[in-house]
Ligand binder design. Structure first.
Ligand code: KG4
Ligand code: ZN
Length: 344
């Protein structure tokens, strides 16, 4: 198969990501660029979909120019354009999809519509020490918390998932209760480092449920109750609550992930999605996995949260696995789209 030059476009939520990936020499990321809308959404305490869509429109062309300039390649050399078809915010997805299809039409090349979570799942393959199929994946982002068995590209079996809030969502909502700015995940993790272990003991939801599902909304309610009990917590109390919350959620994620790996009989665990950037989660997973003889793989920190590189990669791997290329032109975005619906 001759090498392919694939452009990747991500616009499903509040990050515009563009990347250029070549399948030459086992695959190489040539350039990537990202614009995060975090500061713009911060004053509203969360993502405002209409603002997100409008900002994606503003960012796409400058980011594309940057990526092409950095890579030293020209648009004429592109073989295909991969873009996020879903899941995500409808308007935001439409911007990336329309841009990708328009660009591909003008160049007379095909497109590769990609599942956003497939991008996250495969993102550790971009790192210098990639996992090999099959592996168990813990996918923990702002919108999803799932354990999957990944046998190959497009071969994903759901082992367990959250019944309510996603892990990142629980981090963000708890952070808000503690007065931290959006997105609260990284800020809460930082505050937790100042807190004392066991000072605030919170429940471990579904730890002993006997399955691989999660539930995090009760944990957020427990934090709310704690905050109300105290009235107006001072800095030290807020840090202790943050610590109690983070310890609880991490214990559940670590124990369920280990259980999933054990039950699957596999030896590799891949962690993907924004919460995978959490240092304490990484530390505890590494410690537990080392004892159990399991290897854990993470995407590089910059590819944990949304980015264009994982979309270009997912498009490339899908194509190499035999997925058909789509003629450019008519398209639809799929704001709701389960990973289990994907086929190889
Ligand atoms: O994967 P992602 O960029 O977007 C989605 O597809 O949802 O994940 C974003 C989520 C947010 O909820 C954010 O608060 C969380 O990941 N996050 C973290 C950390 N960094 C990002 N949560 C905990 N600790 C972190 N260090
Ligand atoms: Zn994501």
């Amino acid at each position: 198969m001759p090498p392919m030059l694939i452009l990747g476009i991500e616009s499903s939520c509040d990050e515009t990501g563009i990347a250029l990936y070549s399948t030459d020499a086992g695959g190489v990321l040539l350039a990537h660029a990202l614009h995060s809308q975090v500061l713009m959404h911060q004053e509203y305490g969360g993502v405002v979909p209409e603002l997100a869509s409008r900002d994606h429109i503003r960012r796409t062309v400058p980011l594309l120019r940057k990526v092409m300039a950095e890579s030293g390649r020209s648009l004429k050399e592109l073989d295909a354009v991969a873009y996020t078809r879903g899941p995500g915010l409808a308007g935001a997805l439409l911007v990336g999809a329309a841009f990708a299809e328009g660009l591909a039409s003008s160049l007379g090349i095909p497109t590769l519509p990609v599942h956003h979570l497939e991008g996250h799942l495969l993102s550790p393959l971009l790192s210098r020490r990639p996992p090999r199929f099959p592996f168990v994946a813990l996918l923990v982002s702002g919108g999803h918390s799932q354990l999957m068995r990944v046998t190959g590209v497009g071969e994903y079996r759901l082992l367990g998932e959250t019944l309510d809030d996603a892990a990142g969502e629980a981090f963000d909502k708890t952070a808000k209760l503690l007065g931290l700015a959006y997105p609260g995940g990284p800020a809460l993790a930082e505050l937790a480092e100042l807190g004392r272990p066991e000072a605030v003991k919170l429940p471990r939801p579904m730890l002993h449920s006997g399955d691989l599902d999660f539930s995090f909304s009760g944990l957020k309610t427990a934090v709310l109750t704690k905050v109300r009990e105290i009235g107006s917590p001072d800095d030290r109390q807020r840090a202790d609550i943050a610590r109690g919350f983070q310890d609880a959620i991490i214990e559940v994620l670590v124990k369920k992930s280990m259980r999933a790996v054990r039950e699957s009989g596999l030896k590799q665990l891949v962690v993907a999605g924004g919460v995978g950037a959490n240092r304490e989660l990484r530390r505890q997973l590494d410690a537990r996995a080392a004892k159990a003889g399991i290897s854990v793989f993470y995407p590089d920190l910059e590819f944990c949260t949304d980015n264009g590189a994982m979309i270009a990669l997912a498009g490339a791997l899908r194509f190499q696995a035999g997925a058909s290329l789509k003629p450019p032109g008519a398209f639809a975005v799929w704001p709701r789209w389960s990973l289990s619906e994907l086929t190889a």
